[in-house]
Design a protein around this ligand. Structure first.
Ligand SMILES: Cc1cc2nc3c(=O)[nH]c(=O)nc-3n(C[C@H](O)[C@H](O)[C@H](O)COP(=O)(O)OP(=O)(O)OC[C@H]3O[C@@H](n4cnc5c(N)ncnc54)[C@H](O)[C@@H]3O)c2cc1C
Length: 490
């Protein structure tokens, strides 16, 4: 039992998987620049586990063996904070731009395993399967991806009421070998370069949807599983001055299951609408992946706030009051994001599964407000960058005969060199305005569900007792004041 290196991870990708990109089947994902770029970034994260400076943060060594911290269920405050630190290390290595880094689904699977009994209620075999799968992940340290959403054929209708019964992923039949499933799941971020895909239901399934409620894991290279990549946003990932964030192009994909056989020992759950709707909350996967999400978000806020400050200082606009206000505003967002993490950890409670579980209210608060904060940070960067964001030369120009002119006309304030200024402006645009930057915005908006329904869930899940007590207290005259008035009258 050990944690893998980047090279070991990359070698595992030569497995005959069926990945489609730009109208053709990919022979080897490592031969495709965009997919290879994503894989190399993931490989670097695997290598961090062997970095002498970071290993103690990312890897747990105990009586159970040697495995990533994200596969350890936190039992006390120290372990919860340590896991938060592990997330921070990974997120800061990728500037919070890789939402589905390997620690994300590891965290969900660990929560599922702790809640083994939840799965056993449907069938004791399933509880054992979840547990055994988690143990196998600790053994072999695979890169797990996930796809939980059904295609939006018609969101106004239940899965069993769609025009085509096999668009939403559905069980076709049960055999002695396992479940046969057909249909699609999305959005499978990084699935093309992952080892396994974990599928599970998210609310809201309706009565009659039993055949659509299924949770399992299969290798990406499973016969009948076709992975269709979205069109890449980065044309050439080697142009690191023009598109400095290209290594974090986290390719998204749709996963099409064409009568895929899911062996029984890989089935975690099926055929129970009520349990399917409660799975993510009751197992506390939502809480634990929520901690991951807000830590990653704070790392991105650091990058965006840093870009805003650097832009203003580079052009001398930080001397103006309205710019100072905008910088204070984005720094305030960063602090709110960090405070939410502390609150989720400080108010953690031991769940019915015996794990210390981050408080959901701060997680939900950030899930709703962070996209708005991100949108404003993007706006501030674009306001501060002004037209300069759209007047940078190509990276090839920096190495051409144009250089003397570029050196003269593209400089910044206080001795900032032309090359540094051009690079910073390109970074600012890549983080906010390029297709890559826009995808990052859309990721923040939707990665953990529809923000409208998330906010409503915050309201329904919130204990408002003390708030209403406060209102009632405010409606009553303060006894001391009433007594004082009476005494004054007599
Ligand atoms: C970049 C990116 C990466 C992602 N990566 C992953 C991943 O790796 N794995 C994964 O499983 N998921 C992933 N997600 C998917 C994410 O879970 C979904 O996008 C999210 O749950 C929202 O679902 P949806 O996109 O189908 O939008 P919908 O739920 O269809 O919502 C779209 C709009 O329709 C409205 N709407 C839809 N249905 C209803 C309804 N019943 N009631 C009221 N309003 C409704 C919503 O309010 C919203 O305005 C990713 C998303 C993005 C954007």
């Amino acid at each position: 039992m050990t944690v893998r290196t980047g090279t070991q991870y990359l070698r595992g990708l030569h497995d005959g998987r069926e990945v489609w990109l730009g109208g053709r089947r990919v022979d080897d994902v490592l031969d495709e620049p965009v997919l290879a770029g994503a894989a190399l970034t993931v490989a670097r994260l695997y290598d961090l586990q062997h970095d002498p400076e970071l290993r103690h943060q990312l890897v747990r060594e105990d009586d159970d063996g040697v495995y990533p911290v994200s596969l350890a269920a936190p039992r006390n405050a120290q372990e919860l904070r340590a896991r938060g630190q592990a997330y921070r290390t990974t997120a800061s290595a990728t500037f919070g731009l890789l939402g589905r880094s390997p620690d994300f689904v590891n965290t969900a699977v660990t929560a599922f395993s702790s809640a083994q009994e939840f799965f056993s209620r449907t069938d004791p075999r399933f509880g054992r399967n979840v547990r055994a799968f988690h143990a196998r992940c600790r053994e072999s340290d695979p890169f797990l991806s996930h796809a939980a959403i059904n295609p939006p054929l018609n969101r106004a209708r239940a899965s069993n009421d769609q025009d085509d019964p096999f668009v939403h992923l559905r069980i076709v039949r049960e055999t002695s070998e396992g479940l046969v499933v057909r249909g699609a799941k999305l959005i499978g971020t990084l699935v093309p370069v992952a080892d396994e895909i974990v599928v599970f239901p998210l609310p809201k399934y309706a009565k009659g949807d039993e055949a659509y409620t299924v949770a399992f894991s299969v290798p990406v290279a499973t016969p009948g599983l076709r992975i269709v990549c979205r069109e890449p946003f980065v044309a050439d990932p080697t142009r690191l001055i023009s598109t400095p964030l290209a290594p974090y192009e986290e390719i998204d994909a749709t996963c099409i299951f064409d009568d895929v056989v899911v062996p029984w020992d890989r089935v975690f759950f099926h055929g129970d609408v009520d349990a399917a709707n409660r799975l993510y909350d009751v197992t506390t996967a939502r809480h634990h992946t929520g901690q991951h999400g807000i830590v990653r978000g704070a790392a991105k806020a650091e990058l965006l706030a840093g870009i805003a400050v650097a832009l203003a200082e580079m052009s001398g606009t930080n001397a103006f009051l309205h710019v100072q206000e905008m910088l204070g505003e984005v720094l305030g967002f960063l602090e709110l994001a960090k405070a939410g993490i502390l609150a989720a950890e400080a108010d953690a409670r031991t769940s019915e599964w015996g794990t210390l579980t981050p408080a959901i209210a701060p997680v939900m608060a950030l899930r709703y407000h962070f996209p708005k904060m991100t949108a404003r940070m993007i706006e501030v960067i674009q306001i501060l960058g002004g037209g300069s964001l759209l007047s940078t030369p190509a990276e090839e120009d920096l190495r051409s005969d144009l250089w003397p002119a570029i050196e003269r006309f593209y400089r910044g304030a206080d001795g900032v060199s032309a090359e540094h200024r051009v690079r910073l402006l390109k970074l600012a645009w890549d983080a906010t305005g390029s297709a890559f930057g826009q995808r990052q915005m859309q990721y923040e908006r939707y990665h953990s569900g529809d923000p409208v329904r998330l906010a409503a869930a915050q309201y329904f899940g919130y204990d408002t007792t003390s708030l209403l007590d406060t209102v009632n207290r405010a409606l009553r005259p303060a006894p001391a004041a009433a007594q004082l008035q009476q005494e004054a009258r007599t």
